[in-house]
Ligand binder design. Structure first.
Ligand code: ADP
Length: 160
């Protein structure tokens, strides 16, 4: 079975991401969660922090590895001998962006397939940026992220 790469910013990793990842491990024999610097986004956490959080979040998940990459995603996918990119879909707004990315990646690397997992209903409205926004306003984010991520967000926002 194929090795798949689940790329993302994961700033920070949420239960929505982890649900997609768990389901992906049931379909693919090996899943590499991959994160990267995102110059066009202002991230709450550094690449090193996001990597460390991902490593902790995937503890106990079989056949999952965490890596960071720089440059083009398709080059990274090729370099580790993977053939699938996994992405999650929430609503139609995700769809437009994801559709464009998938087609562009297909154009650049025709041998790589993008596979979409549709969000679980519970996580339909869950995004990293919304979690950070709720935390900033003093809301309870415990249902949306692992406890250690909640602690890291509070500390980062000076609310710990
Ligand atoms: P990116 O900046 O690459 O979009 P994200 O960390 O925001 O990185 O998301 C990584 C992937 O996970 C994307 O495909 C996104 O659509 C998906 N995703 C994020 N949150 C959820 C969620 N709640 N349910 C399903 N998929 C999600």
């Amino acid at each position: 079975m194929a090795t798949a790469v689940y790329p993302g910013t994961f700033d920070p990793v949420t239960h929505g991401h982890l649900d997609i990842l768990r389901r992906a491990t049931q379909v693919f024999s090996h899943v590499v969660v991959a994160t990267t610097e995102v110059p066009q986004k202002q991230c709450l956490f550094t690449l090193e922090e996001r990597l460390a959080q991902l490593l902790q979040a995937v503890e106990g998940l079989p056949n999952v590895e965490v890596q960071s990459f720089s440059g083009m995603l398709v080059d990274f996918v090729r370099s580790i001998g993977a053939s699938v990119i996994i992405r999650g879909l929430r609503e139609t707004t995700d769809f437009e962006y994801e559709f464009q990315m998938a087609l562009m990646n297909k154009r650049i690397a025709p041998e790589i397939e993008t596979v979409f997992f549709v969000t679980a209903l519970d996580y339909l409205y869950l995004s990293s940026s919304l979690v950070t926004d709720i935390a900033l306003r003093g809301g309870d984010i415990s249902a949306f992220v692992p406890t250690f991520v909640e602690d890291a967000i509070m500390q980062k926002l000076g609310k710990g």
